[in-house]
Design a protein around this ligand. Sequence first.
Ligand code: BGC
Ligand code: CA
Length: 421
Amino acid sequence: MKKFLSLVLALAMVLSLGAIAFADDVPNNEKPVIWFNRQPSNSTTGELDMDALTFNEKTYYVGFDAKQGAELQGQMIVDYLQAQDPAAVDRNGDGIIGYVLCIGDIGHNDSIARTRGARKALGTAVPDAAQGKTAIETIDDVDPTAVGTNLDGSSSYVQDGAITIGDKEFVVRELASQEMKNNAGATWDAPTAGTAIMTWSASFGDQIDVVVSNNDGMGMAVFNGWSKENGVPTFGYDANSDAVAAIADGYCGTISQNADVQAYLTLRVMRNALDDADIMTGISTPDAAGNVLSEDLYYYDEATRCFYALNGAVTADNYEAFLDATAPNAAFNNQLSEEDAATKKVWLDIFNSTDNFLNATYKPQLENYDGILNLDVEYIAGDGQTEANITDRLGNPGDYDGFAINMVKTDNAASYTSKLQ
Ligand code: BGC
Ligand code: CA
């Protein structure tokens, strides 16, 4: 019996060694690399980092259409305002609809797009002089610079806009905006937004008629700390469950970036790359288990190897369908068989372990799909501040079959790919 047991043990060891050796067969620089949520790009100009996006033949990016989402957010705010009673929207009756804007990360394409989208829709946008723009055709032409405070409307980064509500014409003014970055360097920082609204409201609270936030984490900090109690319309982005639930209590609206679609795509593209399968398997064409994405949910830009989920507005009209942001989507939640897709090991990092959207919405969505795709994912939680905090935990790339990467800073792709050389 003892002999038999040691034989079994020896056999098990050989088998597991075999599995490790298998992962090692493929050179690290030929393994799939899927960038997600933070697109490799120049954080000043927004230009895509094509070296990172074409690191090898199995490199892709999965995100969402930042421009379409930003335009939707702007439109959602304007639609809301135009449906209000003109006698009530202007809280202090000064003829100005004053808003404050919480900016997530001044070097992040998604954040920049949202700042631009809100300004363009509200008429407060000016051409981005730093980019040599002299006119505004699309939101890309808009200056996204934070104004600090602009109570008198003299900032050169914005202008006063105008809006007609009912039979009344109002001026629209961006009273204040700032990047919500904490002392340690974490961006999109909700507590910083909670502090900012306290400072702003203490000095010009009655002038604030609307709060616009680049995301729900910051928007909810403002809502819970101030605007709920004061009945001030507040708008965010992401459609996290807590924000959607708050619509019942007066949070005005948010944008769903379809995290279910993005999480599935992140792991799906990984799966297809690992299997040397057509990259659109289980995406535009059903896989063996019947998983497929409907066309109106995403698009793929082959030239830049980027997949983008589309966005949808979530307001008082439709929020009930969005209450659980972590629910899997039945259209692509079917288990693959081990024969079709043998289990593979994936290294995946979330750049900031306190980011609301990534941890409350995106990660649970990844966890919905990792199992059905037979991916054994090791989730690495970053501190949101330095790349090294994360790349230090990419010490043994040979132990993994593929890498899904969420960077701290979008220009830092090389600090990851250098580990795979
Ligand atoms: C989300 C933000 C989040 C950021 C992190 C964005 O797409 O909207 O809420 O903080 O991603 O990179
Ligand atoms: Ca006012």
